[in-house]
Design a binder for this molecule. Structure first.
Ligand code: HEM
Length: 405
C-alpha cells in the first residue's frame, strides 16, 4: 500500500553510541546485541535524528527515568520528530495526577478474575487456528497463528469488531514503523482511527451492549462525562497496545523454541499448570521484551551522569534493561527455569502495563497449544524471518517447518 509521506531518508546507522535510530533496518533483528554493545561503553546512547534523544541501556538508568514523572512526561510516548502531532490516548499519554483517574477507569476490566475466565475461549481459539493448518508440512505462523491471538483476546474483552483486524494491523504498522519519521503518516492514521472509533462509540451510545466499549462510551470521572476525544483515545490505546505487543511476544517465543527442541521436550512433558510453563513464559518476556516507550524531558535533569535538557526526548528501553548483567545473572542465557526473574517487560512505575494479565494468559496458552501440537517444529531455512523495528519489536513473519512425526 502506498502512503503520502513527508519523511526524509536517513542513512543507515554506523555508530549506535551517538547516532542511534530505532527505525534503522539493523534494529529489529539485532537490538539485543546493539544494547549490549552500547552498555560496554556506558549507560546511555544519544542521537540527533529526532532532535536530541537519549537511549538508556542499564536497569538503573531506565528505572530512574520511569519513576521520575516530574522530569519525564508521557505526553508523547514515541521518540519521533519533535514537531510530530499528538493524540491523547490516556492513561499512557497522561501524567500524574490526571493519569490516576484514567488508569482507574480501565483497570477493573483487566482484573485477574475477568481475564482468567477467558482461558477456555482463548485455548479453543488457538486449537481452531492449529486445526485450520490441516496436514501442511510448512506454515507461515505469523499469518496463520500468532497475529490472530491478541486480536481475538482484545476484541472478546472490549467488543471491538474482530472482522476489522487487518485494518488494526495496518494502523499499527504505520503508527510504529513509519510515523516516528513522518508526520503525514501520523496524521493520516489518527484521522482514520478517530473516525472509526468515533463511529463505534456513537453506535454503543445508541445501542448499548454488555461490553467495555459501552462502558467507555458512557465513562465518567467524578460524576462528569469524560471528554469525547479522551474516550476515543482509550479505545485507540487498547487497539494499539493490545495487539502487536502480545503478537510480538508470542512470535518471539515461537521463533525461540523453533531453535530449541530440547526445551520444547521439557515443557511438553509437564502439565499446563506446572511452574516450568510460568518460568518459561516469563523468560520469553524478559529475553524478547517487545515494548520500548518514549518520554519527553520537561525539566533539566541528570540521569546516570548524563545531563538532559527540557525539550529533549528519551527512550525507556525496558528490553535493554532486561539484558543488564547488573540486574540478571547470565542475561544472555535463555533459561526456561530462571527462578529469579524481575524483568521489566511490562514497564515500571505508574504506567506499568494494564494488560499484563491478558498478555500473560494469551502468551502462555499460545505457546502451550503450539508446542504440544508440533513438538519437533523448526525454522524454515529457505525463508527469512523479518523482525519489526521501532517501538514494538518482534517477528512479523514466521516461516516454519512442522516436522510431524
Ligand atoms: C506482551 C505484551 C505486552 C507488553 C510487553 C506490554 C508492555 C507495556 C509497557 C512497557 C507499558 C508501559 C508504558 C510506559 O511506561 O509508558 C505498557 C502500558 C500499557 N499497556 Fe501494555 N504490554 C503488553 C500487552 C498489553 C495488552 C494485551 C494490553 C491490553 C489492551 C495492554 C495495555 C496497556 C495499557 C492500557 C498501558 C498504559 C498503562 C498506563 O499508562 O497506566 N498492554 N505496556
Amino acid at each position: 500500500m502506498a502512503y503520502e509521506t513527508d519523511t526524509q531518508d536517513l542513512p543507515p546507522v554506523t555508530n549506535w553510541l551517538n547516532d542511534w535510530d530505532w527505525l534503522d533496518d539493523q534494529w529489529g533483528e539485532n537490538a539485543i546485541d546493539i544494547w549490549n554493545e552500547i552498555r560496554e561503553h556506558g549507560p546511555m546512547a544519544t542521537t540527533e535524528r529526532y532532535g536530541r534523544a537519549f537511549m538508556p541501556v542499564t536497569m538503573e538508568a531506565v528505572a530512574e527515568v520511569a519513576h521520575d514523572t516530574d522530569h519525564f512526561s508521557s505526553i508523547f510516548v514515541s521518540v519521533a520528530r519533535p514537531d510530530a502531532p499528538r493524540r491523547p490516548a490516556p492513561p499512557i499519554t497522561s501524567d500524574p495526577p490526571e493519569h490516576h483517574d484514567h488508569r482507574r477507569l480501565l483497570l477493573p476490566s483487566f482484573s485477574p478474575k475477568n481475564i482468567n475466565q477467558m482461558e477456555d475461549e482463548m485455548r479453543q481459539f488457538c486449537r481452531k487456528l492449529i486445526a485450520d493448518i490441516g496436514d501442511a508440512d510448512s506454515v507461515e505462523a505469523a499469518e496463520q497463528y500468532t497475529q490472530h491471538i491478541p486480536v481475538h483476546g482484545i476484541c472478546k474483552l472490549t467488543g471491538i469488531p474482530e472482522n476489522d483486524a487487518d485494518m488494526f494491523r495496518d494502523w499499527i504498522y504505520r503508527n510504529f514503523q513509519l510515523a516516528p519519521r513522518d508526520n503525514a503518516v501520523r496524521l493520516q492514521v489518527m484521522t482514520e482511527m478517530n473516525e472509526y472509533i468515533g463511529n463505534i462509540l456513537e453506535d454503543r451510545l445508541a445501542n448499548p451492549q454488555d461490553d467495555m466499549l459501552t462502558f467507555i462510551a458512557n465513562a465518567e470521572i467524578d460524576g462528569e462525562p469524560v471528554d469525547w476525544e479522551l474516550k476515543r483515545g482509550y479505545v485507540g490505546l487498547l487497539i494499539i497496545a493490545g495487539i502487536d505487543t502480545t503478537w510480538s511476544a508470542i512470535g518471539s517465543g515461537i521463533w525461540h523454541f523453533a531453535q530449541h527442541n530440547d526445551q520444547v521436550a521439557q515443557l511438553v512433558a509437564v502439565e499446563n499448570d506446572d511452574l516450568l510453563w510460568q518460568t518459561a513464559t516469563e523468560e520469553v518476556l524478559r529475553y524478547y521484551a517487545p515494548v520500548t516507550m518514549g518520554r519527553k524531558v520537561v525539566k533539566d535533569v541528570e540521569v546516570s551522569g548524563c545531563p538532559m535538557h527540557a525539550g529533549d526526548q528519551t527512550l525507556l528501553t525496558f528490553p535493554a534493561a532486561n539484558h543488564d548483567p547488573n540486574a540478571f545473572e547470565d542475561p544472555s542465557e535463555f533459561q526456561i527455569d530462571r527462578a529469579r526473574n524481575r524483568h521489566v517487560a511490562f514497564g515500571l512505575g505508574v504506567h506499568r502495563c494494564v494488560g499484563s494479565n491478558l498478555a500473560r494468559l494469551e502468551l502462555t496458552i499460545a505457546l502451550q497449544e503450539w508446542l504440544r501440537a508440533f513438538p519437533n517444529y523448526s525454522l524454515d531455512p529457505s525463508r527469512k524471518t523479518e523482525w519489526a523495528n521501532g517501538q514494538v519489536r518482534g517477528p512479523r513473519n514466521l516461516p516454519l517447518l512442522l516436522n510431524r512425526s
